[in-house]
Write a protein that binds this ligand. Structure first.
Ligand SMILES: [Fe+2]
Length: 353
């Protein structure tokens, strides 16, 4: 059944490519915030407290007796938040966040009447193997979002397809700055994870896509020399900050130890701007007056009714939010499977421009 559900995972419209997403002056200020306000933690350190939590949001179990370690999941991609909800965290980039041009792009992408900026963050990395396996981005539903609901439940609700009525309509403008010669592109599956994948190749400097990444599988292509993609000594508390010894370069530290120095040319900088859209006045009203919000109880009622309709036998959990057997059951039933085709990985030999 997973494949039927998976086939429905298509964005509202194919990604639209734009150039010069942030004019030079904006790009300089964005990078200035990154340089001035670090050091920055790994993506994983933002979102997970243990390797077990990572596994719970990816796929299923490991065999009995296998000890989970961070090393199984660590990837040297660092992240910082530039805005949270309606609040831009840095005065010097407010024009990048409250961005009328981007609001026009996402309204037009959805054919929506209204849009509001909802999030802004960056990913920054040096050489790195695949920046995560193909995935859809976390979403929110009226009444249930990251602030009051675990990521695994939001992901399950999204995968189940049962909660579209409450799901936020979102779009992103994702921009890249990467001049490296090896990989660093953007892989995506606009026809669903079983469809043909596409690749937007790097290098790119200010190229961006307008997308709906909650409904489209995507991931980063590996980038940089293979031998440098997993720096020795990388740990969950590693940090990234400007390297005082190299103009434009960065360095990764673990504790007091510098474990990697990365020249400016190998840095891959991604700026992720997200908005929520409302198709019309009615949709905006329902979102703002909370007359049709979900609760945890209602969400579990809907999931449990669907499991029963599918003929699944299970014991009703007393606390479904933490019941591991129940979570495993949901993982299995709403497993969409991995994409069947992957775009090519980069050639190790740098291409002659
Ligand atoms: Fe993503």
């Amino acid at each position: 059944m997973g494949h039927d559900l998976a086939a429905s995972f298509r964005p509202v419209a194919p990604p639209r490519v734009i150039e010069n997403a942030y004019p030079e002056d904006q790009h300089r200020r964005l990078l200035g915030v990154v340089r001035d306000h670090g050091p920055w933690p790994l993506i994983l350190a933002h979102h997970f407290k243990s390797p077990e939590e990572v596994l719970a949001t990816t796929s299923g179990d490991v065999p009995e007796g296998v000890q989970l370690t961070w090393d199984m999941f660590l990837s040297p991609v660092f992240r910082g938040y530039l805005a949270r909800g309606g609040v831009c965290l840095f005065r010097e980039i407010e024009d990048c966040y409250y961005n009328s041009g981007f609001l026009d792009l996402v309204r037009s992408y959805w054919g929506a009447r209204y849009a509001e900026p909802e999030s802004m963050l960056f990913n920054l990395q040096g050489p790195c193997r695949e920046g995560g396996s193909p995935h859809i981005d976390g979403t929110r539903f009226r009444g249930l979002q990251m602030e009051n609901t675990p990521t695994w439940l939001l992901n399950t609700m999204s995968k189940s397809g049962l909660f579209r009525r409450w799901q936020a309509k979102k779009a992103q403008v994702i921009a890249w700055y990467y001049r490296g010669r090896i990989g660093g592109g953007f892989d995506y599956w606009p026809d669903g994870p079983q469809g043909r994948p596409r690749q937007m190749p790097a290098p790119m400097w200010g190229r961006a896509v307008v997308v709906e990444n909650e409904r489209m599988y995507h991931c980063a292509q590996s980038n940089g020399p293979a031998a440098l993609r997993h720096p020795e000594g990388l740990a969950i508390d590693s940090r990234l900050a400007p390297d005082p010894e190299t103009e434009g370069g960065f360095r990764i530290t673990t504790g007091d130890r510098v474990i990697q120095r990365i020249p400016a040319d190998e840095m891959r900088f991604l700026v992720h701007w997200g908005a929520q859209v409302y198709l019309d006045d009615e949709e905006l009203r329902v979102a703002q007056d909370h007359t049709d919000d979900l609760t945890h109880e209602r969400a579990f009622e809907i999931l449990i009714a669907d499991l029963r309709a599918r003929g699944e036998c299970f014991e009703l959990p007393s606390d479904p939010l933490t019941d591991r057997a129940f979570i495993r059951l949901l993982n299995r039933v709403y497993d969409l499977g991995a994409p069947s085709q992957r775009p090519p990985e980069p050639d190790e030999v740098p291409l002659v421009p």
